[in-house]
Design a protein around this ligand. Structure first.
Ligand code: SF4
Length: 360
């Protein structure tokens, strides 16, 4: 199948749905870890087509959603310093900090620039040696390699005015923490893009320790329905396992070259996740050889994390404990035009996905 329409073929979708309805006898709760999956599931109306025996929960896989207010506060503070430029991916710019956003700070004259990659920030740093450039590194195994390559490039160029402020995270500790918190999850729809880099071995402890099924899924309707069917079959046959549905992009060993670069440049660190708090070894920071590029070291940034605003339930949404529609602020004070919490900001946030696509 070469073209996108092939992955949206109506007859094949109906056939898969019939099989899901026939085979999903036992109750199963599936968490889609990735925000991209949440968005795709709701965009294609899949949750409403599934049998009552299947419960879907949204998980902690939206990079913007899990990034803390403290990180945004520090980023705003940096952008207001003299001769300092903060470079960020566009989806972070509207995430609320304690009192403001990078977008508002920019409107007030702070030095914030949206870039499409950290290498763009490197180019800017090379062209303007008088200004310190701080790249905000957010996201999981998918985006971390680009930050790692940027640090290698900065090192090669001998730049003294490029820094990475890293909130990069890795997925498996969060997936284990969800189970440890007692959230009832029978199976994970595992993130496709993350797995492209990391491979699938990292999911094996989840199967071994918790008996949770794991299927790495693509993002089109046929991908999602086939992955759900695979998880249903695992549940019915009581044979939880790690499987790849998204075989056109994911190999079990992952992208070995990207993994090598990550290992050369980063080392594990404890990291704060919205809803889950600090998880040991769940983050990535520049390793000793790249310490001089680490903004949190150079600028002495603390890891204090302010609480979310009163009424915002993003933390519970990210743990699958609450549907966005059950938050009292949903569609009232909290909308994509006026997001109270991070889950309403990003197109991959569960609250925005429900706002745009779910009926209630
Ligand atoms: S609806 Fe808004 S306030 Fe409520 S959990 Fe979602 S983002 Fe947070």
């Amino acid at each position: 199948m070469k073209f996108i329409n092939d992955f949206r073929d109506r007859e094949l979708c109906e056939t898969l749905l019939e099989r899901i309805h026939k085979e999903a006898v036992r109750e199963i709760t599936i968490m889609e870890v990735c925000g991209g999956h949440t968005m795709a599931l709701h965009r294609f109306g899949i949750p409403a087509l599934l049998p009552n025996t299947i419960t879907l929960l949204s998980g902690p896989g939206c990079p913007v959603c899990v990034t803390g207010r403290g990180f945004i506060d520090h980023a705003i503070g940096l952008s207001m310093r003299d001769q300092t430029m903060v470079c960020t991916y566009g989806d972070l710019i509207r995430v609320p900090g304690s009192e403001s956003t990078l977008e508002k700070a920019q409107a007030d004259g702070a030095n914030v620039r949206i870039v499409y990659s950290p290498l763009q920030c490197i180019e800017m740093a090379a062209q303007d040696p008088e200004t310190n450039h701080v790249f905000l590194g957010i996201g999981f195994e998918t985006t971390a390699p680009a930050s790692a390559v940027a640090l290698q490039k900065a090192n090669e160029l001998g730049l003294k005015n490029f820094f990475l402020y890293s909130a990069h995270k890795i997925m498996p500790p969060a997936m284990a923490a969800i189970i440890h918190e007692g959230v009832k999850v029978d199976a994970y729809l595992c993130p496709g893009h993350v797995s492209t880099i990391s491979g699938t071995k990292m999911y094996e402890p989840l199967v071994d320790q918790f008996g949770v099924g794991c299927v790495v899924s693509g993002f089109e309707p046929l991908d999602l329905l086939q992955s759900i069917l695979m998880l249903v079959q695992q549940q019915e046959n009581k044979n939880a396992a790690v499987e790849i549905q998204y075989t056109r992009a994911v190999k079990s060993q992952g992208n070995v070259k990207a993994q090598q670069i990550l290992n050369q440049v980063f080392e594990p660190c404890d990291a704060w996740w919205r809803g889950l708090g600090i998880l040991a070894n769940s983050g990535l920071k520049p390793s000793a050889n790249y310490k001089g590029f680490d903004a949190s070291v150079v600028y002495g940034l603390s890891t204090n994390e302010p609480a979310d605003p009163t009424g915002c339930r993003c933390g519970d949404v990210l743990k699958g404990l609450l549907k966005p529609t059950e938050c009292k602020l949903f569609r009232k004070t909290c909308t994509p035009a006026n997001p109270i919490g991070a889950c309403m900001v990003s197109a991959e946030g569960a609250c925005q996905s429900f706002f745009r696509y779910a009926n209630s």
